[in-house]
Design a protein around this ligand. Structure first.
Ligand code: HEC
Length: 140
């Protein structure tokens, strides 16, 4: 008698344990089920992003050149205004051009004064700086 009732108690505990495990398994399954659509949305994101990451936007560089007032001091030909004409500036290289824009006092050209504003480095976002340098490289 005693042994039998002990067996019943153990059986009941075993059944409850089984239910608890099944319940846990179902709870875990649901969150995974709801996250399944997310990777699908993610997989379309790189497709949308990749074309945008291709090369500098020279038209944007030109609009920065005009919008920031570079064109007030620099012609895109050989003629001097307040600063030198920028035709052929590509011969001096990207690093020189960037430094000239970010830190104009680093090099003061013969025959010119240190009149170029020092604020363009802060005013230009990285992408816009890349576009502006790419535009300047097209000037001949
Ligand atoms: C207020 C007038 C002024 C403005 C505005 C100005 N610059 Fe200048 N810039 C100068 C002067 C003057 C020089 C020459 C003196 C020197 O080297 O700093 C110069 C030099 C340069 C040089 C070096 C040229 C060379 O042949 O070595 C570059 C490149 C340049 N500027 C680009 C720009 C760009 C890009 C902008 C707009 C973001 C700009 N400048 C705005 C006056 C200006």
């Amino acid at each position: 008698m005693f042994k039998r009732s002990k067996f019943v108690v153990i059986s009941v505990l075993a059944v409850f344990t089984l239910f608890a495990l099944v319940a846990c398994a179902e709870e875990v399954e649901n969150p995974f089920g709801t996250t399944t659509p997310v990777p699908e949305a993610d997989s379309s994101a790189p497709d949308a992003g990749e074309p945008a990451a291709s090369g500098p936007d020279i038209a944007n560089g030109e609009s920065k050149f005009k919008g920031l007032g570079c064109s007030g001091c620099h012609s895109t030909g050989q003629n001097k205004l307040v600063g030198p004409g920028l035709a052929g500036i590509n011969a001096k290289g990207d690093d020189y051009i960037r430094t000239s824009i970010i830190d104009p006092s680093a090099v003061i050209l013969d025959g010119f004064s240190d009149l170029m504003p020092k604020t363009f480095g802060d005013a230009l976002k990285d992408d816009d700086m890349d576009d502006l340098v790419a535009y300047l490289n097209t000037l001949n």
